[in-house]
Design a protein. Structure first.
Ligand SMILES: Cc1ncc(COP(=O)(O)O)c(C=O)c1O
Length: 367
């Protein structure tokens, strides 16, 4: 065994240091401009990120959860309506549905950790208004199948792209695969700012126009309020930071993909590793492996300086908050099995090859 190293699960300060002069300049520029809410720096970021994703509109909002919530609000989805999403996700994929007064309808996932389209179809009722496919771990959900179901039943497709900025599916970026999408700019995400932040993308002009008002108190202009709204804006400062980081995103994502390929090649004989299919480009927000000996492996990794996490140890249908939905243990066997067998290894662009190989060696030494 090689000499012990310490590898944190994330190390955001490493990335900060690598671009510190540019970020500092943006801080000074915005600071000296005197404009800290919306304005030209936000619009510039929105234009660039819309072009990057390949959509007509990108709107900065307060966070990724608000991005999803505001779209549901803009669609007037509410009490009596149902929205389908995956049970293996971050809790926000579901609470945004409950927050507009609608009913979250949860569905099991397939072995790529994304929603199973056959189960989506089976979950559609006369009350269903929308599907929220989650691009979990940075891998696009099966969007062809989901869009076909949506077309057949006249449903809105809202991508939860929080973990997948820059990922591709049949040549198109996530955020351009449904009717609208929500992204998170939380510091841990592939394009993360220095606080909370989020983004909505859509090609729908009318929806974008409504969302512009909804995120800013429902105001039509400075003095006239057209609809009851919210205060959910991406700070000008954060937009300036995000614009700088957008310039690095493809390279950072490519580095994560390369780390994932090294992990997969080194570990495939020992654990279940993720598989990239010909039609997709995963950005590996997380690199999730599976093994029946998960807890012991995590302890062994920690003992050897490698920090890991589980995304997510409790499927949404088994959370206390979801009790009134009436789900029970056994309802979603895949998600429940994965919750006990999966573990996420450290993956971020700044990891060195030496560190990646060390993680592989530690996993191997366990088996
Ligand atoms: C899948 C998923 N959906 C939604 C969110 C919510 O994003 P935010 O934390 O920016 O509100 C996150 C991240 O936290 C997420 O991972």
């Amino acid at each position: 065994m090689v000499e012990k190293m310490v590898i944190p699960f994330v190390d955001l300060a490493r990335q900060f240091r690598s671009i510190e002069p540019e970020l500092t300049k943006a801080f000074v520029d915005v600071g000296r401009s005197g404009g800290y809410i919306m304005g030209a720096r936000l619009e510039s970021f929105e234009r660039k990120v819309a072009e990057f994703i390949g959509v007509r509109h990108a709107l900065g909002v307060a966070d990724g959860s608000d991005a999803l919530f505001l779209v549901l609000k803009a669609l007037d989805i509410g009490p009596g309506d149902e929205v389908i999403t995956a049970t293996n996700s971050f809790i926000a994929s579901a609470w945004v549905i409950a927050a507009v007064g609608a009913t979250p309808v949860l569905v099991d996932v397939a072995d790529d950790f994304n929603i199973d389209p056959q189960l989506v179809e089976a979950a559609v009722t006369s009350r269903t208004k929308a599907i929220i496919p989650v691009h979990l771990t940075g891998r696009a959900a099966p969007m062809d199948e989901i869009n076909a179901i949506a077309l057949k039943h006249d449903l809105f497709v809202l991508e939860d792209a929080a973990q997948a900025i820059g990922a591709r599916y049949r040549g198109k970026r996530t955020g351009a695969l449904g009717h609208a999408a929500g992204f998170s700019l939380h510091p841990l995400k592939n394009l993360g700012v220095y606080g909370d932040g989020g983004l909505i993308t859509t090609d729908d002009d009318a929806l974008a126009a409504k969302l512009l008002k909804l995120r800013n108190h429902g105001l039509r202009n400075r003095d006239e309020c057209e609809i009851w709204g919210f205060n959910s804006r991406l700070d000008t400062m954060q937009a300036a930071f995000a614009e700088i980081k957008l310039g690095y995103l493809d390279n950072w994502n490519a580095r994560c993909l390369s780390i994932a390929q090294t992990y997969a090649a080194g570990l495939a004989d020992y654990v279940q590793v993720p598989v990239d299919r010909a039609w997709e480009e995963c950005v590996y927000h997380n690199f999730v492996i599976r093994t029946e000996r998960r807890d012991a492996l995590m302890a062994h990794l920690l003992q050897n300086g490698v920090d890991t996490r589980v995304h997510y140890p409790i499927p949404i249908h088994l959370q206390d908050a979801a009790k009134q939905l009436g789900y029970k243990l056994g309802d979603f066997p895949n998600a429940e099995r994965y919750a006990k067998t999966m573990v996420s290894l450290p993956i971020y662009p700044e990891l060195s090859d030496t560190e990646v190989n060390y993680v592989i060696e530690v996993v191997k030494s366990f088996f």
